[in-house]
Ligand binder design. Structure first.
Ligand code: GLY
Ligand code: MN
Ligand code: MN
Length: 424
């Protein structure tokens, strides 16, 4: 297990407290780790199993088909599918552990009619979307969203592993190397430093590809004078970091590149300065968009005012995503419906729309991009013809883009970057 037994007991206690008043004496909550998924084609192989984060966070265990049960009268009881000797011969005993209660025990209890209501959380095929289930799930997420000191320490360690990757990539960066080779330098160093895996497909985009938000590294060679955007992390048992940096292929930005870099850095700093308990996340996004819009105004991109460029959503041509998302245990943490609001702010769909609280961990990742696909799009040209000076935007369409991203811990005082070991 990643953390001491006492850490999990504390977490379980906090969740039980959060559920007080929601559960009667004959209610049971089951939190499922999920089932292994067969690879297509009938081969006796499954995809790597990822336990549902709620189950993993409560138990520290990674076995498929695990069920953590909670009732007011019995407290927390974990149930496991026992491993047979045949399972062990095929799969090894890794991940096996002594578990007093089996799924058979659980099944017997359920069939015995001991419970009036059973709620299913975690990775479950039960389609129980009643208000009560949602409420329990939201409360659990709210507790889990606040990172404890053990998680913070682990995430700092993971950031140090990512830093090894960024150092290796920078050492390798020179004209003629491909995006894919840069990815391999990065990932090799991160894995050699002790990470289990990458938390998401590493993004390496050079030149115009830097404006592709989730650029898959290609065989394209990087060229002198270009920017390279790298958005890559590191992962230990699903805890992760999500970091973006931008480099000049020659080690030195051109004047124009430095202007955009500094603008995005200003948006980053203005956003982090707002990251305090009590701030609405949408206000952080809107601040970051305003800083970017003001920079674009200096470069003659707007026909209308900065306010009009923001209100109309025209800014989203150059800054098409939200300023960040919850991160920590997986790259999109605690993704409950409560924090997903389809409403757009200045044209961007935010992935999180809630008030910040102490110990939340959230990415701050403003960007400014000149995506050819947008600049050449006739529908967008028509839609924003009163706001965007398209003849000016045209001049930027081979520039690429800049994004800067760190994982920011909300504290009582100034927010703290857990990933600043990777230098900007
Ligand atoms: N790594 C993708 C993202 O920034 O969310
Ligand atoms: Mn991110
Ligand atoms: Mn990222």
């Amino acid at each position: 297990m990643l953390f001491a037994e006492s850490v999990y007991k504390t977490r379980q206690g906090k969740v039980a407290d959060a559920w007080k008043g929601l559960l009667g004496p004959q209610d049971l909550v089951l939190i499922h780790s999920g089932e292994a998924v067969q690879k297509p084609g009938g081969l006796d192989q499954t995809y790597d199993f990822l336990p549902h984060p709620s189950y993993f966070w409560l138990t520290g265990h990674r076995r498929d088909e695990g069920v953590m049960a909670y009732s007011v009268s019995e407290g927390w009881i974990e149930h496991q599918r026992p491993l047979s000797p045949v399972d062990i011969v095929w799969e090894g005993a890794e991940g096996n552990f002594e578990c007093e209660h089996t799924l058979v025990d659980l099944q017997k209890k359920l069939q015995g009619g001991a419970y009036k209501r059973v709620f299913h959380l975690g990775q479950t095929s039960e389609k129980s979307f009643e208000a009560e289930t949602r409420e329990l799930s939201i409360k659990l997420d709210q507790v889990r969203r606040c990172k404890d000191s053990h998680e913070v320490q682990l995430i700092r360690q993971i950031a140090a592993m990512a830093n090894k990757g960024y150092q290796a990539l920078q050492n390798a960066l020179r004209p003629g190397i491909t995006e894919r080779e840069l990815q391999l330098h990065y990932e090799n160093a991160v894995l050699m430093a002790g990470a289990d895996k990458m938390p998401y497909g590493s993004i390496v985009g050079s030149g115009e590809n830097a404006a592709i938000l989730h650029a898959v590294p290609t065989k394209k060679k990087v060229v002198s004078g270009e920017l390279v955007l790298v958005d890559a992390g590191a992962d230990i048992e699903d805890y992760c970091v999500d970091i973006t940096r931008v480099f000049a292929v020659d080690g030195k930005f051109t004047g124009q590149q430095k202007d955009v870099y500094d603008l995005v850095h200003d948006a980053y700093k203005a956003s982090v300065a707002l990251c305090r308990p009590g701030t609405q996340w949408r206000d952080v996004h809107m601040k970051s968009a305003r800083v970017i819009a003001e920079g674009l105004q200096q470069w003659g991109i707007w026909k209308s005012s900065v306010d009009a460029a923001l209100e109309s959503g025209a800014i989203s041509v150059f800054y098409p995503h939200g300023v960040g998302h919850l991160v920590g245990l997986k790259v999109r943490d605690t993704g409950n419906p409560e924090n997903v609001n389809p409403q757009r702010y200045y044209g961007a769909r935010l992935r999180v729309d809630l008030e910040l609280k102490e110990n939340y961990l959230i990415t701050v990742e403003p960007g400014c991009y000149f995506a050819r696909a947008f600049i050449e799009d006739n529908d967008l040209r028509e839609k924003y013809k009163d706001h965007i000076q398209w003849s000016e935007a045209e001049k930027w369409k081979s520039f690429g883009g800049v994004r800067l991203e760190d994982d920011i811990l909300i504290t009582k005082g100034e927010a703290e970057s857990l990933t600043n070991v990777v230098l900007k």
